[in-house]
Design a binder for this molecule. Structure first.
Ligand code: COA
Length: 257
């Protein structure tokens, strides 16, 4: 068990807080494992009616822990018995039949953005930002985001987000349709908790049906995730990834001959 993920239950709302503020809430395999179990437990707990993701401090999450990437690549190559925790987590959010809320309190980078695509309600604080810098790292979209992001914001916008890796402000994300509402930072927690309470009080069966009906267009999510993960794993072992991470660490531009 890690104290870097906090799970709280109150008034039928399960809150998962990514709590590693010294590393901008970057997610390790251990943290993914805890979150996967929490999402799966939520899915089968009749008392829990809404689940909310939020980050501690000034970040939502800076995405996958960069140091963990290489280790997880090796683990995927050797461990045949069990899916890596990150994959367990992605399956858990893909398969969850109950409402999930992303309360994006600050920057959401990489998986910070792509996890919101599996959430039914995505709210942003004014200071939240969004970026998917996979190509900048020599990587490719994951979590079925190559399907879900264009479905959410259109192909032109999704290509812009993925191919430039640029940072979107909360208001731009709102205009694109990546988030449904933006709240002032000072009101953010109270506003999102009030919205979570509305979801938690609603008729649970109608809520499940509504979620399933809204997501019928995206029934290729599983196969997209699998296809992405094969390319992602190859890229993790590529010179492009090595050079991109080295360049980032050395604070210089990456050179790809
Ligand atoms: N993985 C591992 N460590 C991370 C991290 C990540 N994804 N994001 C931030 N950190 C760590 C930094 O290494 C630093 O650690 P240190 O204090 O031991 O040196 C600490 O968090 C604070 O980050 P810092 O870079 O000093 O803060 P900043 O405000 O200048 O920049 C970010 C914050 C998130 C913009 C920057 O750290 C960054 O670009 N991180 C990588 C994000 C990324 O590419 N994620 C993967 C997407 S696929």
């Amino acid at each position: 068990m890690t104290d870097r993920i906090r799970i709280e239950h109150a008034n039928r709302v399960t809150t998962i807080t990514m709590a590693r503020p010294d590393k901008k809430n970057a997610l390790t395999q251990e943290m993914y494992g805890v979150m996967a179990n929490a999402v799966n437990a939520y899915g089968t707990d009749d008392e829990a009616r809404a689940l909310m993701f939020i980050g501690e401090g000034d970040y939502f999450t800076s995405g996958n822990d960069l140091n963990d990437f290489a280790m997880s690549a090796n683990r995927q190559a050797t461990d045949k018995d069990e899916l890596p925790p990150v994959v367990q987590f992605l399956h858990a959010i893909k398969d969850c039949e109950k409402p999930m809320i992303a309360a994006v309190n600050g920057p959401a980078i990489g998986v910070g953005l792509t996890l919101t695509l599996h959430c039914d309600l995505v709210y942003a604080a004014q200071s939240a930002t969004f970026a998917a810098p996979f190509v900048k790292l020599g990587l490719v979209p994951e979590a079925a985001s190559s399907l879900l992001l264009p479905a959410a914001i259109g192909l032109a916008n999704a290509s812009d987000v993925f191919m430039t890796g640029r940072i979107l402000a909360a208001d731009e994300a709102l205009r694109m349709g990546l988030v449904s509402r933006v709240f002032a930072d000072s009101d953010f927690v109270a506003e999102t908790q009030a919205l979570a309470a509305i979801v938690a009080q609603a008729a649970p069966q109608a809520m499940r049906h509504t979620k399933a009906l809204l997501r019928t267009q995206t029934d290729k999510v599983g196969e997209t995730m699998t296809a992405e993960s094969v390319i992602f794993a190859d890229q993790l072992r590529s010179p492009e990834f090595m050079e991109s991470v080295a360049a980032m660490t050395q604070k210089r531009a990456a050179v790809h001959p």
